[in-house]
Design a binder for this molecule. Structure first.
Ligand SMILES: [Zn+2]
Ligand SMILES: [Zn+2]
Length: 287
């Protein structure tokens, strides 16, 4: 897409951020203490901003005031990217069509098993889901959290998967966290708890990234594993309130799963520190 068009599409969102107005998700996630009167006032202001700066679909640019998703038109709804078909329950690789059965372990996982026991991904890294991840990761896209919650509700097995779990976001190095202002994986954790409020889901940021690692996107699988080896440690598990029991079901949460090296390394250090049940979730999977 042309840079000019992208800029134009982002303008309403940027206008909201610059005016410090409650974008679609901000009131829900970061301003829960706001009184209902203030929330109502925010809704009115939000509607006025929608009138002045109509929201556009982040994929096709179409003006999109009244579709199911706040930032995607019905034609580009992220539900279209949800992964369907038989899959490996360990690594979430699609291994067959809708009529085939899921398998506990695929040939790849038999040869080189990840350290997490099971995984779930919402969809493929394409179209709306790709745009969600890019906005969240590089463009301050926390305003997408309500849309992410909506998407998660549409993933058939998601509620069962997250039931009674402790979500542990993949951490950023503190320098990157400072620069970005938030951790996108922690934001996805917030969207999960919003999607399933009665499922006994906790968030615990008990992992630390102890060294900066170059981006994984240009590396092959072997180099990805070396790149993240010993990059994380468990910290804060004891001071978490209430303390996390070692038999709690942990789900490590990331934005994108590619080779699963990062999620697997996080699971490895969690298991070394005594957590015996560690699963993994990513919003999108590169196929
Ligand atoms: Zn669209
Ligand atoms: Zn597998």
């Amino acid at each position: 897409m042309m840079a000019g068009a992208t800029k134009l599409m982002q303008f309403p969102t940027r206008a909201r951020q610059n005016l410090n107005l409650p974008a679609t998700s901000h009131a829900a996630y970061f301003k829960e203490e706001m009184s209902s009167d203030i929330v109502r006032l925010g809704d009115i202001i939000h509607s006025a901003v929608d009138f002045l700066f109509p929201r556009r679909c982040l994929v096709c640019g179409k003006i999109n005031p009244k579709s199911k998703y706040a930032h995607f038109c019905d034609d580009c709804a992220p539900e279209a990217d949800i992964l369907r078909g038989a899959r490996c329950l360990r690594c979430s690789e699609i291994i067959g069509g809708n009529s085939a059965f899921n398998v506990a372990t695929c040939p790849h996982c038999s040869d080189n098993p990840p350290f997490f026991d099971r995984s779930l991904v919402a969809g493929s890294f394409a179209n709306a889901l790709r745009q969600m991840v890019i906005e969240l990761k590089y463009k301050g896209g926390t305003y997408l959290l309500s849309d992410i919650s909506l998407l998660l509700k549409s993933v058939d097995t998601a509620q069962d998967f997250f039931e009674n779990s402790v979500l542990v976001p993949v951490p950023l190095h503190f320098t990157r966290r400072l620069k970005r202002g938030y951790n996108q994986s922690a934001a996805i954790c917030a969207a999960i708890t919003k999607a399933f409020p009665n499922s006994n889901i906790r968030i615990a940021e008990i992992l630390r990234r102890v060294r900066r690692t170059p981006t994984q996107t240009t590396l092959d699988k072997g180099h990805r594993e070396k790149n993240v080896k010993d990059a994380f440690r468990v910290a804060g598990a004891k001071v978490s309130t209430p303390a996390i029991q070692k038999d709690a079901r942990i789900i490590v949460v990331d934005d994108v799963m590619t080779s699963s090296a990062t999620l697997s390394e996080c699971a490895r250090v969690l298991k070394i520190s005594g957590f015996c049940r560690v699963d993994a979730f990513a919003l999108a999977r590169r196929l």
